[in-house]
Every structure is written in C-alpha cells, then in structure tokens.
Design a binder for this molecule. Structure first.
Ligand code: FAD
Length: 635
C-alpha cells in the first residue's frame, strides 16, 4: 500500500485524513434536506456501495437502515473467490483470510449400500480447482463482512456512518427536474418514533433493501419466478459429533430423511447446517407449517445417522422456502425509454434477484451488483462521465443475475433429488458440483460487448485475459524493490482504470507507446486530466516485462511508468513489474501473452477486462476512452 504521498502522516494508514469541508449538512430534524446518493439498506449490497462512495467526500451519501445497529449473526456466510478478489480492492482481503474458515475440500455422503439407513462418504473433491484464482473460497458470518465495509466507511475521508432506525417507504422521481429529482419518504423505526415521516431529496437512490424492497415497488418493479415448494431449515450451532468431516464442506444425501449441507465456519468450532425439511403444497407458505429449531435439529440428527449429533448451543436459525426470482430491470427507466431518460433509481442485491442459499451466491452477487454500480455513479457525480453510462448497470448486472438464477434452479433441483449415481459411478451431485465450480466461484460473469467492454478482435494477443471477465491475476515481481506480488492487487476500489502494458521481447514498442501517451495532446491521459491532477488519477498505466528483475535497469524505464505524484512530485516506484522467472510462474506463459508483440490490457475499475489491444493501437485507445469519459469542461 502507498501513503505519505503528500507528506508524512503518523498512525494507521487505513485511516484517511478527514475531508476539510463538512460532507453532510443536516436540517433541524437531524437529516439532510438533499443528498447526492441515498442508499436504502445496510446489507452487503448497500454497504459495498457506501464504502465506495465514502472515498469521495465531494459526494453527499446517506445510507439508511430500519434496524437499530449493525448485524451480528445469521443470513449468508459464503464468500466465493471472486468476492475475495474484490475485497482485495477494498483492502480487507487479508483480514477476511485470517478470520474466516477456508473451504479446501468438499466431501459427498450418500446412503451406505450395506446399511441404507446410514450415510457413508462416497467422494471428495478439491473445492476450488488449481489456477482459478489466487484467493480461497471462505465462510464467514455476513455480519463480519458488514463490519469490514463499515470500517472502510468510518475511516474514509467522508467518515460515513449509517442512519439506523430509518427506512424508505416510498419515492417519486420528477423526470422534468435535473437537480435532486428523487423525493424519498423515510419513516423512523426507533421505539417511540415509529411511523414519523420525513422527506429527503436525492440525485440518485440505490435500493439495496432486500427481497421485500420498497424501492423496487416504488419504481414498479416486480420479481418474477417460482418457488420450489420445499421447506429448508438453516442453523448455526456449536455441536459435538463423531461425524469425521465436520470441518469440511459436505453434501449429505440420506436414503429417506432428506439432505444436509454442512458448512464449517470461522473460529474452528461453529458449523452451519442447511437441513431439508418438509415438501410444501402448491398454495402453502412455509410459515403455515409452524416448524422450529427443534424440528431442524431432530431432522439433522436423523440424516446424520449413524453419527452422534448433540447440539450444545444454537447461535442462529431460520426456516425458509427456496424461490428463484428476478426483476425485469434494475433501474427506473422503462425498456423503451433508454434514449430519452437516464436512470435515477437502481435496485441491487436481493431487491432485484433471489435464489436458494445453497449455491452460496446471495451475498456475493449482491456485492457484485454494488461493485458494478459504484464506480459508474461516482464517475457521473464527479463529472468524469456522462449520465448515459448508468444504463449499463442494469444491462450488465441483470444478465449476470439471470445466469445465476438459471444455474441455481439446476443446482437446487439436483441437491433436493433422491441420491443417485451419475456417469462412472460418481454421484450426480458430485459431478454437477465439479462442472459448476467456475460458476460458484463467481468467475463466469462476462459482460457483453458495449461502450465499456470491447469485442474480441485482439483477444489472441492475451487469451488468458478474457474480455468482459474479471482480470485474472498472476504473480509478478516489482522491479523497484524486488517484491513478489500479484499483479491484480494493484487495482483499488474507486474510479481509476488500469492499463497493463505487456512488453514484447524487445521493449522498444512499449517505450514508444509510453512517449506518445505522455506527450500527445489527444492521449486519454491528457484529454481527461484536470488541472493539477496527477497523471494517473483517472487512468493508471503499469508496465510488465518478460525479463527478470536483474536484467532490467529501473532508471532506463519510460518516464510514464515512473511518474512524479502528489504535492512534492515524489516518484511512484510501484508501476513496473517483471515476470516471476525465479518461481517459474511466468505471467506471460500463464495468460498466453504474445511474447513477440506484447499488448495492452485495459481493466475497468470493477476489475473486469475491457479491452486487449496491440501496443500501436493508440487510436483505438483514444476512441475507447472517448466512449467512457467526458472532457473536463463536460464536453
Ligand atoms: P440484505 O442482506 O437482505 O439487506 C437488506 C437490508 O435492507 C437489510 O439490512 C434490511 O433491514 C434493510 N431494509 C429492508 N427494508 C428496508 C427499507 N424499506 N428501507 C431501508 N432499508 C431496508 N443467504 C445465504 O446464503 N444463506 C442463508 O442462510 C441466508 N439466510 C437468510 C436469512 C434471512 C432472514 C434473510 C433476509 C436472508 C438470508 N440470506 C441467506 C440471503 C442473503 O443474506 C442475501 O442474499 C444477501 O444478504 C443479499 O444482500 P442484500 O444487501 O441485497 O440484502
């Protein structure tokens, strides 16, 4: 991490200097009259969005939550590798790695053929295939993930804190007004103030208010889909048992009692069990059955036979029914009106898609929505991009959510089906688990070609950096200080784009490109830079060389890759990398980068690859960024 860039600052570098001007001006009722962004809901989606906005104190952000404080337990717990990669950009991946339980193996249990009333292990697989990501698949309480975002918000220049005990009940958008067109009706939920209403005007509203979203309802969105008419119980417990795989993720299918998913949790002792309960009638609601924690425990004990199962403490439990639902649009602009209006209201997370928890995707996809929306909103609110950019949020994220709902349907059906062998004697559920590994890791999301994601004309220059998918990081060594690290870890949450320049064997073409980019007035570096800004404020160029660190001289590197930054013009020493020839994990081989031609890999602020280009494609680069940014004067 880099700090002291504008002079020495003592203390924890994660705590940023507070903004000089007050970020929020409250009226007599303690609430602001106007804000730039109002976020409904402090779940993973709302907090992920707030954490991004908080870094920009010039944007007035308000996040409201009807509960009286941060969540402590319950709900989701699965963090896939893609979310871990995203956590790296927020700076708390290492903390989550230390605190969470890592899922390394998944085991499969079916009826013992000798004693069908008892279960026996029939298979095991490595949970995340080699080479998918540098990050592990982990389990941790959703509340702790919230805490990480709350820390980022609290330590940001705007010192953003949620407004608890306040919920959105309704909103109206005045399409004729350009400033603060959304009037949001808020209601207090604090004891003694229930039902008291206030209004706040906002430029943008993000409905991250869960499956029963009022924001979705207010913009006329409806969830379409179906329910599986199957009750499931979930419990987080401290239990003693002689079941040998308690610290592995396990999928258990019994002969006649139903199925269990075992998820070991953080801290070495806690375990979550998803337990299949009763089949429901078509018209029946799960609440009608009157099921409780005793039913979950009794059913779990029967499924786990012959193993003992003695629950010592129930930490959290819930009973639910599987539903797969999706809204038509994740913003307030009806399909036929995208040419006339730009979005003012968005929905994210469970507010616009719901699915079964067993594929472990709810929290991940919700944060993925917010990570996609955050940089776009900030780019528009800071005048870097035109509001039309915001249409891409619904287009990109609805397609991602649709993929999830479709996959989840299939997975939920297989998990709930009677135990059966698939091809080659491998249980069907195990085969499906292996086939779906990249999907559940969160790595199949690929944004379609658009102004933000180019077509694949030049994909052959680096097939391992798939256009539209997340940037697949690989090891490198930093030239200036010989630090082995992951190249993707240079990307931080925010609005900055990264262009990785992969040098050909003879780096002359890269030198020439750097000179042109730095000096040509039409270069995107010069076009969109504001007076007094560092050269890398909006687009960050980084060089990657094929040679080892001892074969290159830092002083010979192009000045663009050694820029002066901050108020003293201190050199940024952290923009040049070499292949890790010592370990043998060579990024050029791992990602198939053309060693003779090299290439540029353009990466969006949300870590997705936007473009792969030849090193002489200056005009394509100019054209591409022309579709993303607007000139400093708004032109
Ligand atoms: P949520 O996490 O639901 O957050 C929405 C937030 O908005 C909440 O804090 C809510 O209080 C707040 N809110 C609600 N109404 C308003 C309003 N009108 N105005 C402002 N704020 C509002 N997933 C799993 O993988 N496994 C599980 O076992 C599991 N159990 C769950 C149990 C429950 C009771 C719930 C609600 C969800 C559960 N989920 C589970 C789903 C998982 O938690 C979600 O997929 C994930 O949290 C989605 O994140 P989100 O931010 O979109 O929504």
């Amino acid at each position: 991490m880099q700090f002291h860039v504008n002079g020495f600052r003592a203390g924890d570098p994660d705590v940023h200097a507070a903004a000089e001007a007050p970020v929020r001006v409250n009226g007599a009722n303690g609430l602001p009259e106007k804000v730039d962004v109002l976020i409904a809901g402090c779940g993973p989606a709302g907090l992920c969005l707030a954490a991004q906005l908080a870094a920009f104190p010039e944007i007035a952000t308000m996040i409201v939550e009807p509960k009286d404080g941060p969540m402590e337990k319950g709900q989701a717990d699965g963090i896939n590798v893609r979310s871990m990669e995203m956590f790296q950009a927020f700076g708390f991946a290492d903390k989550v790695k230390r605190e969470s339980h890592w899922i390394n193996e998944t085991t499969f249990w079916m009826p013992n053929p000798e004693v069908p009333g008892e279960i026996a292990r029939v298979g095991r697989v490595q949970d995340v295939a080699d080479g998918l990501s540098e990050m592990p698949h982990v389990l941790i309480n959703q509340g702790r993930v919230h805490d990480m975002y709350l820390d980022v918000m609290r330590n940001s220049p705007s010192r953003l804190e949620p407004d608890y005990q306040l919920q959105v009940v309704d909103l109206e958008v005045d399409a004729e007004v350009s400033e603060y067109p959304v009037t949001v009706t808020l209601e207090h939920t604090a004891p003694g103030r229930e039902g008291e209403r206030e209004t706040v005007r906002a430029n943008y509203v993000a409905g991250c208010d869960g499956a029963r979203s009022n924001v979705r309802r207010a913009i006329g969105g409806a969830l379409h889909g179906d329910a599986a008419h199957q009750a499931w119980g979930v419990m987080d417990v401290l239990v003693t048992t002689d079941f040998p795989d308690l610290r592995m993720k396990c999928i258990v299918q019994s002969q006649a009692e139903g199925n269990i998913l075992v998820l070991p949790r953080e801290g070495g002792h806690l375990v979550r069990f998803y337990v299949e309960l009763d089949k429901l009638d078509e018209s029946e609601r799960v609440a009608d059955r009157g099921l409780g924690i005793d039913d979950i425990i009794a059913k779990a004990a029967r499924i786990m036979a012959p193993y003992s199962f003695d629950v010592k403490e129930v930490v959290w439990w819930s009973i639910y029914e599987i539903g797969h639902r999706l809204t038509d649009k994740f913003d307030d602009v009806p399909a036929g009106q995208t040419g006339d209006r730009t979005p003012r209201v968005f929905t994210a997370g469970d507010a616009c898609h719901t699915h079964s928890p067993k594929a472990g995707q709810g929290m991940n996809v919700s944060m993925g929505d917010a990570f996609n929306l955050g940089w776009k909103l900030i780019s528009v609110l800071t005048g870097r991009a035109a509001p039309e950019l915001l249409h891409s949020y619904s287009d990109e994220r609805r397609a991602a959510a649709k993929g999830l709902v479709d996959y989840d349907h299939q997975w939920a059906r297989i998990v709930s089906a009677p135990p059966s062998d698939g091809e080659g004697g491998m249980p069907r559920v195990q085969r499906q688990f292996i086939d779906g590994g990249t999907f559940t890791a969160g790595l199949t999301v690929q944004y379609a070609p658009s102004a933000l994601t180019d077509d694949d004309r030049f994909q052959g220059l680096a097939p391992g950096f798939e256009i539209g998918k997340r940037f697949h990081s690989a090891p490198v060594v930093r030239l200036s200080d010989a630090k082995p690290m992951h190249l993707g870890h240079v990307i931080e949450a925010g609005i900055r784009w990264t262009v990785f320049l992969f040098a050909p064997r003879s780096p002359q073409a890269l030198d020439d490109l750097c000179t042109r980019l730095e000096n040509d007035p039409s270069s995107p570096l010069n076009r969109y830079r504001r007076e007094g800004e560092d050269i890398d404020t909006l687009i960050d160029f980084r060089g990657v060389f094929q040679q080892g660190i001892r074969d290159l001289a830092y002083g010979d590197m192009p000045p663009l890759l050694r820029p002066g930054v901050g108020r003293y013009g201190l050199t940024d020493y952290e923009k040049i990398f070499c292949a890790d020839v010592k370990s043998g994990e060579d990024i050029f081989d791992m990602r198939g980068v053309d060693r003779d031609k090299g290439c540029m890999v353009v990466v969006r602020p949300d870590q997705h690859v936007a473009q792969v280009l030849p090193l002489d494609a200056d005009q394509e680069l100019v054209h591409f960024f022309g579709g993303v940014f607007q000139m400093p004067d708004g032109g």
